[in-house]
Design a protein around this ligand. Structure first.
Ligand code: PLP
Length: 333
């Protein structure tokens, strides 16, 4: 099977497994795992943030980050198909008590006019106040689209002017960095808090990081424990992340080329495929998923008329070419 359902399906390479086996470990709930400490410092450093915290998932990193910015009864603004709202199963409302409003952009972009219009200042204890804006870079359900840096800078200026804060869900910020050449530190500079994942294009089996100030990260460490996310000798997992940063970052450019091949095969404009995600509108998504599966290619339905496919470390060029042939027949044929 050629599995294009997600870039989370990768299995650790031999080199990664060796790095995991050799990792120095300690009890991370006591803050004594040297490999976790190294990963946290390295990630915080890459993005120019004060501190970072290792979490089991991107969802938990997002929850911890937004809990640092938004108090119960306050609100976050985000795009209508943001992962924090569509795929984290209510965690932010249930665990943090925040509320949300959305703007709609088919390409997952920042709509500054809408954001300005929606901004709710502090009106006393009777109204919901906007305290954060969350943006997703790259935007998963919009098809791996990248947020232009100029738009992020304008958003930062707006947030500073109205006194609210910015969270970046950067589960795939690595892809944005590789696609545009924008330094990770520049992405870090516009964010008050960030979440980044090691378990997607980077190919680690698990792990994400939440970033912010030292105080925010200290509080997040307590909340993580409360949520049952205190982990022990997880240097073995952090080692996979460190290995991925050294070996799997630059190669993502290949995934982007592969994604454009798939887009073309599906009759989509390859120029609109900026990173490793292709979304295609079809009359019946479940029929396309079933027909592709019969011919050895796994893709996902992300709506009744929309299919999604992702390229990653575990699909090489011949596999992509084979998948393109199958999908050309199934989608356009
Ligand atoms: C944009 C985005 N944010 C957050 C997440 C959550 O990551 P996890 O599945 O590790 O909870 C995902 C997962 O696909 C994602 O695509």
């Amino acid at each position: 099977m050629i599995d294009l359902r997600s870039d989370t399906v990768t299995r650790p390479t031999e080199g990664m497994r060796r790095a995991m086996a050799q990792a120095e470990v300690g009890d991370d709930v006591y803050g004594e795992d040297p490999t976790v400490a190294l990963l946290q410092e390295r990630i915080a450093d890459l993005f120019g943030h004060e501190a970072a915290l290792f979490t089991p998932s991107g969802s938990m990193a997002n929850v911890l980050a937004l809990a640092a910015l938004v108090e119960p009864g306050q609100e976050v603004l985000c795009e209508s198909r943001a992962h924090i709202l569509r795929a984290e199963l209510g965690a932010h409302g249930a665990l943090t008590g925040l509320t949300s409003r959305t703007w709609v952009d088919d390409n997952g972009q920042i709509d500054l006019a809408a954001i300005r219009h929606m901004h709710a200042p502090d009106m006393g204890p009777f109204f919901v106040r906007t305290t954060a804006i969350s943006v997703e870079n790259t935007h998963n359900f919009a098809g791996g689209t990248v947020l232009p840096h100029a738009d992020l800078e304008e958003l930062r200026a707006h947030a500073d002017a109205v006194g609210c804060r910015i969270h970046v869900d950067g589960a795939r910020i690595w892809n944005a960095h590789v696609a545009t050449g924008t330094p990770l530190e520049e992405y870090g500079a516009i964010a008050d808090t960030m979440a980044v994942c090691l378990s997607k294009g980077l190919g680690a089996p698990i792990g994400s990081l939440m970033m912010g100030t030292a105080d925010q990260v200290e509080q997040a460490r307590v909340r993580r424990k409360r949520m049952g996310g205190g982990m022990r000798q997880v240097g073995v997992l952090a080692a996979a992340g460190l290995y991925a940063l050294d070996h799997h970052l630059e190669r993502m450019a290949e995934d982007h080329v592969h994604a454009r091949l798939l887009a073309e095969a599906c009759g989509a404009d390859p120029l609109l495929t900026e990173t490793n995600i292709v979304v295609v509108d079809v009359p019946d998504a479940h029929a396309v998923v079933a027909a592709a599966c019969e011919q050895g290619v796994l893709v996902g339905a992300v709506g009744p008329t929309r299919v999604r496919m992702l390229t990653h470390l575990d699909v090489d060029r011949p596999a992509v070419e084979q998948a393109a042939k199958v999908l050309a027949g199934v989608v356009t044929g």
